[in-house]
Design a protein around this ligand. Structure first.
Ligand SMILES: Cc1cc2nc3c(=O)[nH]c(=O)nc-3n(C[C@H](O)[C@H](O)[C@H](O)COP(=O)(O)OP(=O)(O)OC[C@H]3O[C@@H](n4cnc5c(N)ncnc54)[C@H](O)[C@@H]3O)c2cc1C
Ligand code: FES
Length: 518
C-alpha cells in the first residue's frame, strides 16, 4: 500500500485540523492529544470540506449542516448524512507525518448492520419511509436487532432527500440520482422487508397491532412511528382549482416544475422556509413571483424582524415581489387558477400558486397514545409513547432536554436524530434525546443556519453586519442564549453547536468569550 508524506509535524498545533493531499486523494489531518488522525476530507452528506468545520472534543462538526464524526474512528455520530468517514493509518517519522492509503480509496464507509436471524422471533415495524423512518430501520439493525424488520413505506420508497424538493430539485438543478438516501439494495442486504403501496390505516398501541390499508394486520413487539406531516391547505373559495399546489413529496415538486413550464406568473402563499425557497426556485425558472403572507417581514415568527428583513432584501434584489400584511381570501379561475384575491379586494394574476402555510402531523391512524391538540404524539425523553412504541420526527412532541417543556420541531437533522434514537431504543438501547436542534436554508446562493430552539424571545442581539450578510443573531430569554442564527459565519456556528450541546442555555457573555477563546 502506498505511503505518502502529508505534512510536517509542526504544521498542526494540538486541536487543529487541516486538509492535506496524498497523491490524488484529499485527506483531513487532525492532531489531538499529541496523536495524528487521517480521515476522508469531505463530509459524507453533501461533501463539505471538513477542515473548515469545528473540532469539539473528539467530535468533528461539519460547517454546512452540522453532521458530526468521531475524530479517532471516523464514525458518523450525528446526521445529516449516513455513512462514516474512511480512516487511514498514520505514523510519524522524523518530523514527517506519513499516511498509508489502500490502492482504491472510497470517500465513505457504510455502517455495518446486523442481519436477520430466523431463530429470533421478535418483530420490529417501522411506519414511514421519510427521514426518521430511514434512520430508524438502519439504527435498529446497527443496534444488533436480529428479528424481523418490517418497513411500512406508504407512498415513498426509497426515502428521498426531502429538503432538496424546494431547492435545487425544484429549480431543475439536481439530477434524479441525487435524491434517494440509499439504494434499495442496501435494505435488502440488511434483511429489511419493505411493504409498499399499503400504508398503515390503524395502529392500536394497546394490542400492538398495525392494520394496513388492504386489511392485513401486523403484530409488533416494538415499533417506530415516523409518518411526518402533511401540508395544510387554505380553506378559501377556489382552493381546489388546478394550478394550486402544496409541496411535500417528490411528485409535488415534479408537478410544480411541470406547471412552471406553462406559467409566467406565480404567487407563493406563506413567507416561511418552504414558501421562500419555492419563491427562489421559481425565480430561477424564470417566473415572475409574488409572495403573499400576513407577517410584516418573511420568517418573522421563527427568525424575527431583523433577520427576516435580510432575507426579504435578498429576495427583492433577485426580483421577488412581496405583498406582506395580506391574506388570501379566494382563488379565481375557470378550470385553472387565474387570480388570487387578497384581503382588501386587490387581485394578483397567476397561472401557478404554491401554498406553504404549515403542516399537520399525519397521526390520525394511531390510537391508544396521548396526542397534543395539533395531532402530534406525546413521547418521553426516550421518544417512547407506549409500551414498545416509539415516535420520531415531525410527528413527535418530545421534552426539550434543556427545560423539560414539550416541543415539536420540523427539521431534517432533528428527524434524522430522532429516527436513529428511536430505532436504537426499539432495538434495546435506552438513550434519551439530548441534541441541539439545527436547520439550514439556502436562498439565492446564501445560506442561513439556525441552532437551538425558541418560540418567543425577549431580545435579538446581533453580532456583525446583516447588510453584508455576515452576522450572528442571538435569541435571548433574560441573559440566556436559547438559539442562534448565522449567515456567512459557518465556522463559528459549528463551534457554537459544540458549546450549546454541552451547556444547554449559556449566558451571552460566556458565549462571547467562548467565541473569542480561539
Ligand atoms: C420541501 C421541503 C423542504 C424542506 N427543507 C428543509 C431544510 O432545508 N432544512 C431542514 O432542516 N428541514 C427541511 N424540511 C423539513 C424536513 O424535511 C422534515 O422535518 C423531515 O422530512 C421530517 O421527517 P419525518 O421522517 O418526520 O417525515 P417525512 O420525511 O415527511 O416522512 C414521513 C413518511 O411517512 C409516510 N407516511 C405518512 N403516513 C403514513 C402511513 N399511515 N403509513 C405509512 N407511511 C406513512 C409519508 O408518506 C412519508 O414518506 C423541508 C421539508 C419540505 C417538505
Ligand atoms: S455537507 Fe456536511 S452536513 Fe451537509
Amino acid at each position: 500500500m502506498p505511503i505518502y508524506p502529508v505534512a510536517r509535524v509542526d504544521e498542526l498545533a494540538d486541536g487543529q485540523m487541516k486538509q492535506v493531499q496524498a497523491g490524488e486523494t484529499e485527506l483531513l489531518l487532525v492532531r489531538l492529544d499529541g496523536q495524528f488522525y487521517a480521515l476522508g476530507a469531505r463530509c459524507t452528506h453533501y461533501g463539505a470540506p471538513l477542515a473548515t468545520g469545528a473540532l469539539h472534543g473528539e467530535r468533528i462538526i461539519c460547517p454546512w449542516h452540522h453532521a458530526c464524526f468521531h475524530v479517532r474512528t471516523g464514525e458518523h455520530l450525528e446526521p445529516p448524512g449516513m455513512d462514516h468517514l474512511p480512516r487511514f493509518p498514520v505514523r510519524v517519522e522524523d518530523d514527517q507525518v506519513l499516511v498509508e492509503l489502500p490502492d482504491t480509496v472510497e470517500g465513505r464507509r457504510a455502517p455495518t448492520l446486523a442481519r436477520r436471524d430466523p431463530q429470533e422471533a421478535r418483530t420490529c415495524v417501522v411506519v414511514g419511509s421519510g427521514c426518521a423512518g430511514a434512520y430508524a430501520v438502519e439504527a435498529a439493525r446497527a443496534q444488533g436487532f436480529r428479528g424481523r424488520v418490517l418497513w411500512v413505506a406508504g407512498g415513498e420508497f426509497p426515502p428521498i432527500d426531502r429538503p432538496n424538493l424546494s431547492k435545487e430539485y425544484l429549480a431543475g438543478e439536481a439530477p434524479e440520482e441525487w435524491m434517494p438516501l440509499r439504494d434499495p439494495s442496501f435494505y435488502e442486504a440488511a434483511d429489511i422487508e419493505v411493504v409498499q403501496g399499503r400504508p398503515a390505516a390503524a395502529l392500536d398501541a394497546a394490542a400492538k397491532t398495525i392494520t394496513l390499508a388492504d386489511g392485513e394486520v401486523l403484530r409488533y413487539d416494538v415499533a417506530v412511528v415516523a409518518p411526518g406531516a402533511r401540508p395544510r391547505r387554505l380553506e378559501v373559495p377556489g382552493a381546489e382549482l388546478a394550478g394550486i399546489f402544496t409541496l411535500r413529496t417528490i411528485e409535488d415538486s415534479r408537478a410544480i416544475r411541470a406547471a412552471a413550464r406553462e406559467a409566467r406568473r406565480a404567487v407563493v402563499v406563506g413567507a416561511s422556509f418552504i414558501g421562500m425557497e419555492v419563491a427562489q426556485s421559481l425565480r430561477h425558472l424564470g417566473l415572475e413571483v409574488t409572495v403573499v403572507a400576513p407577517e410584516s417581514v418573511p420568517f418573522e415568527r421563527t427568525l424575527g424582524v431583523e433577520v427576516g428583513r435580510v432575507l426579504q432584501t435578498l429576495h427583492e434584489e433577485n426580483g421577488v415581489a412581496f405583498r406582506l400584511g395580506h391574506t388570501v381570501q379566494a382563488f379565481e379561475g375557470t378550470d385553472r387558477v387565474q387570480q388570487v384575491v387578497l384581503n382588501g379586494g386587490s387581485r394578483l394574476a397567476a397561472e401557478l400558486v404554491v401554498v406553504g402555510v404549515g403542516v399537520q402531523p399525519a397521526t390520525d391512524f394511531v390510537q391508544g397514545v396521548q396526542k397534543a391538540p395539533d395531532g402530534s404524539i406525546i413521547v418521553d425523553a426516550f421518544l417512547q409513547a407506549a409500551e414498545g412504541l416509539f415516535v420520531a420526527g415531525d410527528a413527535a412532541r418530545f421534552p426539550d432536554w434543556r427545560t423539560g417543556a414539550p416541543i415539536r420541531i420540523e427539521h431534517w437533522r432533528l428527524a434524522a436524530q430522532h429516527g436513529r434514537l428511536a430505532g436504537a431504543n426499539a432495538a434495546g438501547a435506552r438513550r434519551a434525546y439530548r441534541g441541539v436542534p439545527f436547520f439550514w436554508t439556502r436562498q439565492f446562493g446564501v445560506s442561513l443556519q439556525y441552532l437551538g430552539y425558541v418560540d418567543a424571545w425577549d431580545e435579538v442581539v446581533l453580532d456583525g453586519d446583516p447588510s453584508a450578510r455576515k452576522f450572528l443573531a442571538f435569541y435571548l430569554r433574560g441573559e440566556q442564549v436559547w438559539a442562534v442564527a448565522g449567515m456567512g459565519r459557518g465556522y463559528e456556528m459549528a463551534r457554537l453547536h459544540g458549546l450549546l450541546l454541552e451547556e444547554g442555555l449559556p449566558v451571552l457573555e460566556s458565549v462571547r468569550s467562548y467565541l473569542l477563546s480561539r
